[in-house]
Design a protein around this ligand. Structure first.
Ligand code: ATP
Ligand code: MG
Length: 207
């Protein structure tokens, strides 16, 4: 059986990691072979690139460098892990993927989307997720959740509320333009309600 490639997207604190863990558990209980991975990262090389990208020491990083590093990490991840795992029948659940690049670097930082799409397609070799969830949350709720966790902010989390608002709007646009693949989920609901919606959509897709 050919596997599936499913991605989890949305602004900081929207619940991606929470839902990915729950989905993984529920799918495994139903007998599916699940692989959990994340971006930037997922392979040895890509995790090293992640350290550079997230380090608050690297505040001097220019946009062009940031984009190419994300895409470099993705190129390795897609070829070394995602494609082989899907080919062997696994359901690959990935915490962030290309929509994060379009959201943060495109809508957030204002890099032209056509540039990002060209570089991203080179990195992915044209691989698209089978299904993408965007967890939609207000910037205010995101800030409240992140404040509760109260961990040290990484380089990207040090941005302003306007930056996150632009990204949220970008995610809403992406969901509107690819309704077949990209499913918009109201992330203000309870963890249980969201999880049920996600698992139902995956089961519908697999059938
Ligand atoms: N539906 C929800 N309702 C209330 N709190 C939630 C919900 N989902 C997640 N949380 C809480 O919000 C916080 C952020 O969740 P989580 O880490 O899953 O988000 P994330 O999208 O992975 O964030 P990041 O972008 O920082 O990785 C956690 O403390 C989590 O327990
Ligand atoms: Mg997370």
């Amino acid at each position: 059986m050919q596997g599936k490639f499913i991605t989890f997207e949305g602004i900081d604190g929207c619940g991606k990691s929470t839902q990915l863990a729950l989905t993984s558990k529920l799918l495994a209980e139903k007998g599916f072979d699940v692989v959990v991975t994340r971006e930037p990262g997922g392979t040895l090389i890509s995790e090293k690139i992640r350290e550079i990208l997230l380090s608050p020491d690297n505040s001097e990083m220019v946009n062009e460098c940031e984009i190419l590093l994300y895409c470099a990490a993705r190129a390795q991840h897609v070829r070394e892990k995602i494609i082989p795992e899907v080919a062997s029948g696994k359901i690959v659940l990935c915490d962030r993927f290309q929509e994060a690049t379009f959201g943060y670097q495109g809508y957030g930082r204002g890099i032209p989307l056509d540039v990002l799409k060209t570089v991203n397609t080179y990195a992915t070799g044209g691989l698209n997720p089978d299904l993408t969830f965007i967890f939609d949350l207000s910037v205010e709720t995101s800030a409240v959740r992140m404040a509760k966790i109260n961990k040290a902010k990484d380089r990207l989390e040090q941005n302003s509320a306007e930056f996150f608002q632009k990204i949220r709007d970008g995610f809403l646009n992406m969901a509107k333009s690819s309704p077949e693949r990209i499913k918009l989920i109201n992330a203000e609901q309870s963890i249980e309600q969201i999880s049920e919606e996600v698992i139902n959509l995956i089961q519908k897709h697999i059938k």
